[in-house]
Design a protein around this ligand. Sequence first.
Ligand code: XIL
Length: 302
Amino acid sequence: GSTLGGAAARTGRYFGTAVSASKLSDSVYTGILSREFTMITPENEMKMDATEPNQNQFSYANADRIVDQATSQGARLRGHTLAWYSQQPGWMQSMEGTALRQAMLNHITQVAGHYRGKIYAWDVVNEAFADGGSGARRDSNLQRTGDDWIEAAFRAARAADPGAKLCYNDYNTDDWNQAKTQAVYRMVQDFKSRGVPIDCVGFQSHFNSNSPVPSNYRTTLQNFADLGVDVQITELDIEGSGTTQADNFRTVTQACLAVPRCTGMTVWGIRDTDSWRASATPLLFDGNGQKKAAYTAVLDAL
Ligand code: XIL
């Protein structure tokens, strides 16, 4: 195919992007979006602060605009995210203990229930492990409700939307030799052995000079897949420009293509100017919406 989505489809994969509801009125943006992408992740609109701004008052208008866009262009949706230490509404940030656990479970039940049948995969839990060499859980109010908060979240999500694939999503889990990667691997292994419902692992894959594409990236994807889960690249962006950046995007694409259970990849925005890290120019289209060398490298590798 001559588009990212079309080329990915030839091997049964999808090619996605993060989308902001506020940009859907930009015709250059929506033109590229509908032409190139077959999966959409709302960049912020399905996060806890967006969907439950006041406790038990749910707000879906901005997320629903993105759902409507996905429907109109025939793209699927990745839900992002049901439980995370960050971008919590203020009322939740000040909660703890049993009340917080119940609030989290209610949030998952309500939001995943609202979108039941419309979501390909949910990032049920995002970024629950600490960086560095400890392999420990990241400290957060959710973690302090008890170590079983992650499996409780997955069970609630399965009950609310039995058709959605349920994923654990994180960053700095790309290098097989990192303690954080190993810790997530052991959690997924444990969940599979005990029948906790988990279907997939998302690798955010935000790469830059401090955190380059590791040489064992494909090995990491394959090792997780060998646990019996799908793997996806969920928030790809790579700092740089020109040939070096293109080579890195090619390496990542080839890694996914080499792993049968790598079912698709998503870039974290369309144009460099849409990026949360715009100064890194980390995406496939320049600020004018023109294809970069990185775009051609990805398309050719698919
Ligand atoms: C980022 C968004 O891109 C920004 O617009 C927002 O201000 C902060 O969050 N890991 C994730 C994403 O899982 O939700 C984050 O998205 C980027 C890092």
